[in-house]
Design a protein around this ligand. Sequence first.
Ligand SMILES: Nc1ncnc2c1ncn2[C@@H]1O[C@H](COP(=O)(O)OP(=O)(O)O)[C@@H](O)[C@H]1O
Ligand SMILES: [Mg+2]
Length: 261
Amino acid sequence: MATLEVKNISKSFKETKVLKDISFSMEKGEVVAIIGSSGSGKTTLLRCLNFLETPDNGQILVNDEVLYDAEDSATKSEAEIRRNRLHFGLVFQSFNLFPQYTAKGNVMLAEQLLAKNRPDYKKRKKEILTEIEEKAIRILSKVGLQDKMNNYPHQLSGGQQQRVAIARALALNPDILCFDEPTSALDPELTGEVLRVIKSLADQDTTMVIVTHEMDFAKDVADRVLFMDGGVIVEQGPPEEVLLNPKEERTKQFLSRVQSI
Ligand SMILES: Nc1ncnc2c1ncn2[C@@H]1O[C@H](COP(=O)(O)OP(=O)(O)O)[C@@H](O)[C@H]1O
Ligand SMILES: [Mg+2]
């Protein structure tokens, strides 16, 4: 059973076709790196997976369940979308933490909100909140921030903020964790700590889609690389094929451009 199946997704903004018939699937524990020039549709694809955009055509399945079908309006209701979003975690380029909450508060927030809908919330509030806090502490330790849990975002470096954002995305146990250029907004000396955390998640069999410009990292961490250009997947395969021995002319041109920078 595939963890994620994307079938024939298309998306236009007005007259501009940004995604054209995108299909791919992922097995549990697989790491897919998406590479491609700016404007090729990478962010739009991640936004479609997280239901921040509504695809014009196609389907999205997680664990064989149809979460989205452009032909089926029942899958497009607000309530459905809110529920379906929980299958995905998303880490943005700019960390997007809530400045008024500590690192721990940021990680706890989504679960605290969800817990309020639990039928036993009133009766077990204290216990439930303790559980959520303990889990946040566990996850923050996992990303190496056990000493920074009570710091506010402005008291953290960019690399530390991004690790909080990763912890926050992990808090709801998503089936698939998505990253959109997770190190692009960081000073070069801070990229390593974030890439190491992502690598450690890969080693723990986290299913991940990572949009990245870090070719060495993609080579190191990805099971499969997708090269996108002009809204289509031009080529996909193991990193040693796509990155070292590409078949398509467009992939070769892209790689020689990024490698000459
Ligand atoms: N909300 C939007 N409205 C109009 N055009 C958009 C919107 N979002 C993205 N685009 C266009 O879609 C194309 C792909 O953008 P994007 O998915 O951000 O590419 P990438 O992440 O690969 O750089 C670009 O030409 C961009 O201008
Ligand atoms: Mg982008």
